[in-house]
Design a binder for this molecule. Sequence first.
Ligand code: ASP
Length: 324
Amino acid sequence: MKQFLLSLSFLLSASILIAQPAKNYALVIHGGAGVMDKDKMSPEIQNEYIAALNKVLRVGDSVLVNGGTCLDAIERTIVILEDSPLFNAGKGAVFTHEGLVELDASVMEGKTLKAGAIAGVRDIKNPIQVARTVLEKSEHVLLTGTGASQFAKEQGFQPVENSYFYTEKRLKSLQELQKKEREATTNDKHGTVGCVALDSYGNIAAGTSTGGMMNKKYGRVGDSPIIGAGTYANNETGAFSCTGHGEYYIRLGFSRDISALMEYKKLSLQEACQEEIRKLTEMGGTGGVIGIDRKGNIALEFNTSGMFRGFIKSNGEKGVAIFK
Ligand code: ASP
């Protein structure tokens, strides 16, 4: 009998061990790519960005180390980036031609290929949360404008005034751009934030959130809420979040193409991201991409002079950078 109980307790503890997720996780973030001149960005501003990126990595790490899913990590990290006025997403997003803020966001889960996205919303404080709610609660993938806002309200999100998103810096940039009627530098025009994550259950996901391109007109929607363009995730290949001149990303089917390069051509995550950036450059587009696969390999590729970016892994590796 004693022998039986001993073996039972051994079996129970073994099964508990098996049920515990292996603590192998990783997370990559970006805060937009563009023309970034090291000499023109003051050390104070650089430090502000570095501190913000480090904070986001700490939060992402704590979600994953405590057994949160890749979707949890993406939502929590992107909410911080949306709430920070430093980045072109949520508060601090760029203005449209009419002087409003219109936001796009999406999220995709690699295990199920489920996705949720919203585009052109003016009153949703944290678009990534509503994108996740579309993924989890809606029969649709992409909701736009007032319909997306109505869905958000029905799901219990409180709307905010459009003025909540305004920052002096973005308003000045728009006024300058419109007054001078000059060709803006890429940096003036875009930004975006994103996150890709591998959780300790071996699943990956990607999320992206943006104000889009400054001075955009006619209800323009970029790549960020388009599944397969600015965001894509598939457990069999990788999870990707993009930033850059959205029109090129849509035309290339950018992130889905990276996945296809891995699936059909058997390229590694990094090779596939580099190849897609090469195609982007050849077409005359600018921007970057972050990627992750189920083994925890990561990629951070861009063809601009800078991309706000960072990564953290369960083995303690960590990095944050702005310039090339
Ligand atoms: N890709 C975004 C868009 O085109 C902008 C950006 O990433 O900077 O809307």
